[in-house]
Design a protein around this ligand. Structure first.
Ligand code: SAM
Length: 393
């Protein structure tokens, strides 16, 4: 069978089974089936690591696209091998059953980069690119309005595939190329990057993507519930919050630290720099049970990445509370470092569903005394991103 005949067949089958993008899906899967046959494992990481020109029609990125969609159109007469044909038929059958193309090919593009994905992570969505885009703007402004020696700590909560934090690093690297005017290279002294997730398999995917994109040594990966790994990183806080019970069932354990005022504590919790601007990004689960029930297309994606209680705001409520704890801790640490006025600025960027706009405003008013709120719309004109700016008091 030739490329042309097998494509026509597949498009027809997908169309009959109500796939919304039969042409695109059939073409992408055929590129993948053809490519799989010729790609050797050793070159995969090298091929994946090249960023993708967003205007390009290449399927899996520049250099890695051995087989592009153009290739299909310029070689319609080319015959498929038995192996390619069998593999392609399998892929089409899985697609007919509803399995997403990204899981079938293990690839998804995000912010012009190619990411490895599997069933342990949410497939990155185009609307989430709003987060990276706005972080880019904030970082640009921060660096132009403050001195260059300021630290910025980026914390990506619920990192999943790592698409947000990795695309941020890539942006920063292109915004701040090594130059004599800058005291240090982006990602070394001035910038700290943390990626957090409660799912260990998701963190494994994020690590894999960081290696693919050559930023593995720039990110600290932390496993735990929302911001807890950052707040509890200091062993002291861990002991105080989770004391090991003694025989009477209460804790009498004390930790003795030698040093100037709170300085020993500061040293132990070096996970976030004191005097650091903090930018928290969070695309946490925000769907309600009803929304999940009405979206059959997401049935292959991890529940842990989607479901968030009756109003979909369970995680954001908890996150905002944790941010308050974190701010108090940082304020103490700043004071111990001899700073009368804490020197950090806080930005929090959260992806939401438009229907949550009113409720989330109420929650923010309850949690924070003073804040600036900006709401950004996605390409379909729906409220999608909230940017919370907290003062440094
Ligand atoms: C909607 S997905 C977003 C993934 C990725 N950031 C993106 O934008 O594609 C939400 C992620 O949050 C993680 N998550 C869910 N509950 C969490 C919790 N309590 N603490 C930390 N991460 C959590 C999930 O494992 C999942 O990877």
């Amino acid at each position: 069978m030739t490329i042309q005949t097998i494509l026509c067949d597949a498009i027809k089958k997908l169309g009959e089974n109500k796939t919304t993008t039969p042409h695109l899906d059939a073409e992408l899967l055929l590129c993948y089936a053809l490519e799989k046959d010729i790609r050797c494992p050793k070159t995969e990481v090298e091929l994946l690591s090249t960023s993708v020109d967003r205007s390009s029609t290449s399927v899996f990125g520049h250099r890695m696209s051995i087989i592009t969609r153009e290739h299909l159109f310029t070689h319609p007469e080319k015959k498929l091998t038995k192996f390619q044909l069998a593999n392609y038929k399998k892929l089409i059958n899985k697609r007919i059953k509803g399995e997403p193309v990204a899981y079938l090919t293990n690839h998804k593009q995000f912010y012009g980069l190619d990411f490895y994905v599997n069933k342990n992570v949410l497939i990155p969505r185009p609307e989430t690119e709003l987060i990276t885009h706005n972080v880019e703007r904030i970082t640009h402004n921060t660096q132009h309005t403050t001195c260059n020696t300021q630290h910025v700590t980026f914390i990506d909560v619920g990192t999943g595939s790592g698409c947000i934090i990795i695309s941020i690093i890539k942006q920063i690297q292109s915004q701040f190329p090594i130059s004599p005017a800058l005291p240090s290279e982006a990602g070394q002294a001035n910038f700290k990057f943390l990626a957090l997730d409660i799912s260990k398999p998701a963190l494994a995917v994020a690590r894999k993507n960081a290696k693919i994109h050559n930023v593995y040594n720039k990110i600290k990966f932390l496993h735990g519930n929302l911001l807890e790994p950052v707040i509890l990183k200091s062993k002291i806080f861990k002991k105080r919050q989770n004391p090991p019970p003694n025989r009477r069932g209460d804790s009498d354990e004390a930790t003795f630290l030698q040093g100037d005022l709170l300085k020993p504590l500061l040293d132990k919790s070096s996970i976030v720099n004191c005097q650091s601007s903090i930018i928290i990004t969070a695309n946490l689960p925000y769907l309600t049970p009803a929304q999940i029930k009405n979206s059959p297309s997401i049935k292959y994606e991890p529940k842990l990445a989607l479901s968030a209680g009756s109003d979909g705001l369970k995680y954001y409520k908890k996150l905002f509370k944790q941010i308050n704890v974190m701010r108090s801790t940082l304020a103490l640490l700043d004071l111990s470092a001899g700073l009368c006025i804490p020197h950090y600025a806080f930005h929090v960027l959260c992806e939401i569903d438009q229907s949550q706009t009113h409720k989330i405003k109420k929650i923010l008013k309850k949690e924070f005394c003073e804040f600036n709120l900006t709401i950004k719309k996605d390409l379909s004109g729906k409220n999608r991103l909230i940017i919370i700016e907290l003062d440094n008091k």
